[in-house]
Design a binder for this molecule. Structure first.
Ligand code: NAD
Ligand code: ZN
Length: 341
């Protein structure tokens, strides 16, 4: 089969012929239809310090996918050949305290497809049947291919009650934009999204009914007064990984505000803890998706009118994968989807 492989410790990915994966009794084999390019894949392409530390050379990359089940192990129940699906890319252990409590997303032994284990940028993917998420007819293959990052957005957005709340999202990357759409869908009052990249703010305004703010040019406090917000945002979602964005968020929250933090700051960064204490702020770190509650809620919302399709700005045949990665690396895109048909 064709697969996109990290074949050398250098910048890039290479299309290679690889054997179709063998499956065990509890696995399925998925024929991949479409895949999404993630920020993580860009780290792997760029071969930065994190990637060099984490990803084994020779790995088939990719973790955002949709496809169809074409083979299943002898012990697999409840799934049929031909079933369209996506799936959770975090392969969890079942022995830890948190796993045994049913909180699978908190298992410390988690391994990621396309990061630690063979991934989905391939014609075929082996996946434990446990990880498969069947797709209803209303969720097509290209939306199926971005459920992993939409799941990050949904997990973050549903961390705190948003009904009637004023929400600040820092970072209008694909995940921030989708989180804004989710916040609107579930009934937030004002949803303000910040960035320093105008292209992405324009995209945010196209995807959802939100107030985009370019913090390099506009004063966030002035926007708050314009919206007649007197005391500050109730809930913040940090989705930039940028230190200044987090500082601005803490500054802009109401007393007792809550922050769900998905963005990953590079290395250590200084935090003014006294402001967090005196404002009585709650911060929740968010990792991955709740397995499988996030998947359930996200598909239910998609079936009930949540529309994030416009966040997909570019579509390529997989033969043109290099062009897809180039667009992603430019920072001038939303989601980029590759077609493996
Ligand atoms: P992205 O890099 O595409 O988007 C981040 C955006 O933040 C960019 O558009 C950038 O211009 C913007 N930004 C930079 N400085 C800013 C500032 N001062 N104020 C406001 N915005 C600013 O990222 P993404 O793919 O949308 O992911 C969002 C974040 O979530 C990233 O940090 C990513 O590493 C992280 N992430 C975490 C998990 C997890 O499980 N915790 C999963 C996926 C992604
Ligand atoms: Zn991803």
């Amino acid at each position: 089969m064709k697969a996109l492989v990290k074949d050398k410790p250098a910048v890039g990915l290479w299309m290679q012929d690889r054997p179709v994966p063998e499956i065990g009794p509890e696995d399925v084999l998925i024929k991949v239809h479409k895949t999404g390019i993630c920020g993580t894949d860009i780290h792997i392409w760029n071969w930065d310090d994190w990637a060099a530390r984490t990803v084994p050379v020779g790995l088939v990359t990719g973790h955002e996918f949709s496809g169809e089940i074409v083979a299943k192990g002898a012990l697999v129940d409840g799934l049929t050949l031909g079933q369209r699906c996506s799936g959770e890319g975090h392969l969890i252990g079942k022995l830890s305290r948190q796993s045994r409590a049913g909180k699978f997303h908190l298992d410390p032994a988690t391994r990621g497809i396309g990061v630690n284990e063979p991934g989905a940028f391939a014609q075929y993917l082996r996946l434990p049947a446990f990880n498969v998420v069947p797709l209803p007819d209303g969720v097509d293959d290209e939306i199926g291919a971005i459920l992993d990052p939409l799941g990050n957005a949904v997990h973050t957005a549903l961390s705190f009650d948003l009904v009637g709340e004023d929400v600040l999202i820092t970072g209008a990357g694909p995940i921030g934009i989708m989180a804004a759409a989710v916040a609107r869908h579930v009934g937030a009052r004002h949803v303000v999204i910040t960035d320093v990249n105008q292209t992405r703010l324009d995209l945010a305004a196209e995807v959802a009914d939100v107030t985009p703010v370019n913090v390099a040019q506009e004063d966030l406090k002035a926007v708050q007064s314009r919206l007649r917000m007197h005391e500050g945002f109730d809930v913040g979602m940090e989705m930039s990984g940028n230190q200044q964005a987090l500082d601005q968020m803490i500054d802009s929250l109401v007393m007792g505000g809550r922050i769900a933090m998905l963005g990953i700051p590079p290395g250590k960064s200084p935090v003014d803890w006294s402001r967090i204490v005196f404002k009585a702020i709650t911060i929740k770190g968010v990792y991955g998706r709740e397995i499988f509650e996030t998947w359930y809620k996200m598909i239910a919302m998609l079936e009930n009118g949540l529309d994030v399709r416009k966040v997909i700005t570019h579509r390529f045949k997989v033969a043109d994968f290099a062009a897809g990665f180039e667009v992603m690396r430019s920072g001038l895109s939303g989601k980029v989807v590759l077609d493996w048909a």
